[in-house]
Design a protein around this ligand. Structure first.
Ligand code: G3P
Ligand code: CA
Length: 248
């Protein structure tokens, strides 16, 4: 399955309005609700494992505390990541990227966002590529980051994997930069998406996927403009919009 020019219904951290973010149950829920792509965030543990968690520290989303980069995978797995939504979710662990790929691989596409710890992780790209190769998942993954250096390293290591820049404020000259850097996509905050950006990006062969869109009218407007994907906490609502507009 190659990520195509189809519209991507992207579950943000799974289906985070319905299940604890970045947990296996959240990813499964997004898929069940009709997501064609699942978005997640990765950090590197002290013993070099890729774990799926948004923050570089544990306190907000687990029963633990401390920095991911200071802890081993085994230490992190002692904590409960199933907090915050409903007691039924208790017992979820911080997943490894491999565990998520067991669910998504050859089934739905994956948007892997590479985060940073105290600083960007020097060895994260090698580990990430190893896992992608292990699951034969090169063609069903887009790697995104706010950190340009990660995208550049991936392009140097394997130009066949899609990369996209995340950004939250207007970036002058971003289309020229995208072509120069060899990015295949742009992942802007949704209020930065307009017809001009989409027209120019599409003329250059770039995909534009917007985040994080949780209101139905915004979903409708962005789809009508021609946005290539929408990342949402509510894959169920986006699915109903996509069905109503007849683009699924
Ligand atoms: O995919 C876009 C979005 O995930 C970026 O922001 O903070 O939710 O990781 P954040
Ligand atoms: Ca993210």
């Amino acid at each position: 399955m190659r990520i195509s020019k189809r519209f991507e219904l992207i579950g943000h951290r799974g289906a985070m309005a319905h299940a604890p973010e970045n947990t296996l149950v959240s990813f499964q829920r997004a898929i069940d609700m009709g997501a064609t792509m699942v978005e997640l965030d990765v950090h590197l543990t002290r013993d070099g494992e890729l774990v799926v968690i948004h923050d570089h520290e544990l306190a907000r989303t687990t029963t633990g505390s401390g920095l991911v980069e200071d802890m081993t995978l085994a230490e992190i797995r002692r904590f409960d990541a199933g907090i915050g939504i409903h007691a039924d979710f208790r017992g979820q662990k911080v997943p490894t990227l491999q565990e998520v790929l067991e669910i998504t691989s050859h089934h739905v596409a994956l948007n892997i966002e590479i985060k940073a710890g105290r600083q960007t992780y020097p060895k994260i790209i090698d580990k990430l590529l190893d896992i992608i190769y292990q699951y034969d998942a090169r063609n069903e993954i887009v790697i995104s980051s706010f950190h340009r250096a990660y995208l550049r390293e991936i392009r140097q290591e394997d130009a066949g994997i899609e990369v996209a820049l995340l950004y939250s404020e207007a970036v002058p000259g971003i289309l020229d930069e995208a072509i120069q850097e060899g990015w295949q996509g742009l992942h802007p905050w949704y209020k930065l998406v307009d017809r001009e950006l989409l027209n120019e990006a599409h003329r250059l062969g770039l995909s534009v996927r917007a985040w994080t869109v949780n209101q139905l009218p915004d979903m409708v407007s962005l789809i009508r403009l021609g946005t290539d994907g929408i990342c949402t906490n509510f894959p169920d609502i986006l699915k109903s919009v996509v069905t109503e507009l007849g683009i699924d």
